[in-house]
Design a protein around this ligand. Structure first.
Ligand code: AMP
Length: 179
């Protein structure tokens, strides 16, 4: 298995959820055991020696691989959720999306100053959601923040947009946004 084979297992769904969007559907790759294992193992390979103490997954597709990676590298798992889903005391970040604002939250006691954090999501597009997640994690004053996504949508310059906002940003492979 290699990046190209996993990339080929990702389905493009035109005009979902709205006309003009080429939706990258990772469920077809997740359903193949060899692709699922490759994605987990590739993230583990990149981060196993980085001293990560918490893998933070972004709701909802960031929840698929983040706990699997956390178990392998001996870290804990922490969810970032949409507003009013977490039961205890939270901190929040509100950010502008294409159609109105969105708020994300994390439990206030989920991270602390000694944590080295890996934030994971499935896709990096413009980088707006990841920036909000980084700002949320920064509110809890952690030691370091790494960012990983499975796919980088090429041509949207998400990685450049995040430049300097985290200690490192990486993606397993790129896909053309209109491919
Ligand atoms: P952005 O904030 O623009 O970087 O968008 C990233 C978030 O939107 C991620 O949670 C992705 O899962 C989702 N997303 C953005 N564009 C796509 C796409 N073309 N196909 C599937 N998901 C997408």
């Amino acid at each position: 298995m290699n990046a190209e084979e996993v990339k080929n297992a990702i389905r493009n769904v035109p005009d979902f959820p709205i006309p003009g969007i080429q939706f990258k559907d990772i469920t077809t790759a997740l359903a193949k055991p060899e692709c699922l294992m490759w994605m987990r193992d590739e993230i583990v390979r990149r981060y196993k020696d980085a001293g990560i103490t918490k893998v933070v997954g972004i709701e909802s597709r960031g929840f698929i691989l983040a706990p699997a990676v956390a178990i392998e590298i001996g870290a804990g798992f922490v969810p970032i959720r949409k507003h009013n889903k977490l039961p205890a005391e939270t901190v929040s970040v509100t950010y502008a999306k294409e159609y109105g604002d969105d708020t994300i939250q994390i439990h206030k006691d989920a991270l602390s100053k000694n944590d080295i954090v890996l934030i994971h999501d499935d896709i990096l597009a413009t980088g707006g959601s990841m920036e909000a997640a980084i700002n949320l994690v920064k509110k809890l004053s952690v030691k370091k923040i790494y960012v990983n996504c499975i796919i980088e949508l090429e041509g949207l310059h998400g990685r450049e947009y995040l430049d300097g906002k985290a200690d490192n940003v990486d993606c397993l492979f790129g896909i053309e946004v209109n491919e």
